[in-house]
Write a protein that binds this ligand. Structure first.
Ligand code: ATP
Ligand code: MG
Ligand code: FE
Length: 343
């Protein structure tokens, strides 16, 4: 079964072709991605209207590219999958519209999938796919949550952020440090030259016993330091503040993940979403988990942030598990706000 996946929830246009055979882990045949980051950089963040318009320009060429790379004809596609939500409404509509138009033209069924389910399952495309059940740490630009995952479509939220997401915290603090968008990777790069102990930043909710997160206070603390240092701040202070910010975010993510593993008694952790690309987070999680005999699984670096492969994969795994049915109802709908547990 060949599944074409279309992702357009935010600022990445992604298309991919995945093959599902029997019960086996689906195989990625080809994927293509266009990041709009450069276009949005001038505005310091994603401009929804510009994002939608760019998806319109990119998705059809990307779909052609994927089919060519996979050596497949459009007529070989069995199901067309798209991101139904959550995300920017206009951007989602473009992907859903393309997916349904293509499916209607080919007389094939469509399936709308949950963007975070794509992130969560993306490690299955890696060299070391996990086994259920596991704890998932979902850390992206818009979400930060710990989930208990017992199987495809069996997701229980253990804790989540009560304000900013981890990626959002990276992005906002990076902006305060004068770095461009998206700030996560840039802040991480600056932090390499800094001393994380040079500033004492808060770790909100670290010891409150819950698995919830809060990052808004960290942003305020960084702002206070930026103001104190003033406009003539030296490079070393900026690097130190970046390192301290990264250390604070990472420490909270690691400690809460360990608490979730302890509370559930599970011995497997899956890390997904853009912040999962962070080197310090990976190092500290690997070290802590190794000591406890816990296996950690990550998506390939290129599949940490948004892509079409994870959407095709989520659709494939849903269909294999009998947890969804693709349909020929092309009157599509998008769900900009949609809890993963409800998927
Ligand atoms: P969501 O999936 O919640 O809708 P999103 O799709 O925008 O949000 P992703 O594409 O998964 O989020 O991830 C983007 C986020 O990951 C950004 O906030 C970015 O700064 C962050 N990020 C990417 N690479 C790194 C890194 N190396 N270190 C820290 N943060 C990173
Ligand atoms: Mg993005
Ligand atoms: Fe995402």
């Amino acid at each position: 079964m060949l599944i074409l996946g279309v992702e357009s929830s935010c600022d990445e246009s992604g298309v991919a072709l995945v093959e599902a055979r029997g019960e086996g882990v689906p195989r990625l045949l080809a994927h293509a991605l266009h990041s709009q980051i450069e276009m949005h950089q001038a505005y310091g963040g994603v401009v929804p209207e510009l994002a939608s318009r760019d998806h319109i320009r990119r998705l059809v060429p990307l779909a052609r590219e994927v089919l060519a790379r996979a050596g497949c004809a459009a007529s070989q596609i069995d199901v067309v999958a798209y991101t139904r939500g959550p995300g920017l409404a206009g951007a989602l509509l473009v992907g859903a519209g393309l997916a349904c138009a293509l499916a209607a033209a080919l007389d094939r069924p469509v399936l709308g999938v949950h963007h975070l389910e794509g992130h969560l399952l993306s490690p299955f495309l890696g060299a070391d796919p996990p086994e259920f059940p596991f704890v998932a740490l979902l850390v992206s630009g818009g979400h930060t949550q710990l989930m208990r995952v017992d199987g495809v479509g069996r997701y229980e939220t253990l804790g989540e952020t009560i304000d900013d997401a981890a990626g959002e915290a990276f992005d906002k603090c990076a902006k305060l440090l004068g770095l461009g968008y998206p700030g996560g990777p840039q802040l991480a790069r600056l932090a390499e030259f800094g001393d994380p102990d040079a500033f004492d930043l808060p770790r909100p909710l670290l010891h409150n016993g819950t698995l919830d997160f809060s990052f808004a206070g960290l942003k305020t603390a960084v702002l206070t330091q930026v103001k104190r240092l003033g406009p003539n701040v030296c490079e070393q202070d900026r690097a130190n503040l970046a390192a301290a910010t990264q250390a604070a975010i990472v420490e909270v993510l690691v400690k809460k993940s360990l608490t979730a593993l302890r509370q559930t008694g599970l011995r497997r952790l899956v890390v997904a979403g853009g912040v999962g690309a962070n080197k310090l987070l990976r190092e500290q999680l690997n070290r802590a988990c190794e000591r406890r005999g816990v296996r950690v699984h990550y998506p390939e670096l290129a599949l940490c942030t948004d892509n079409g492969a994870m959407i095709a994969l989520a659709a494939a795994m849903r269909l294999q598990a009998g947890q969804a049915q693709a349909s020929r109802d092309y009157a599509f709908d998008v769900w900009p706000r949609w809890a993963l547990e409800a998927a």
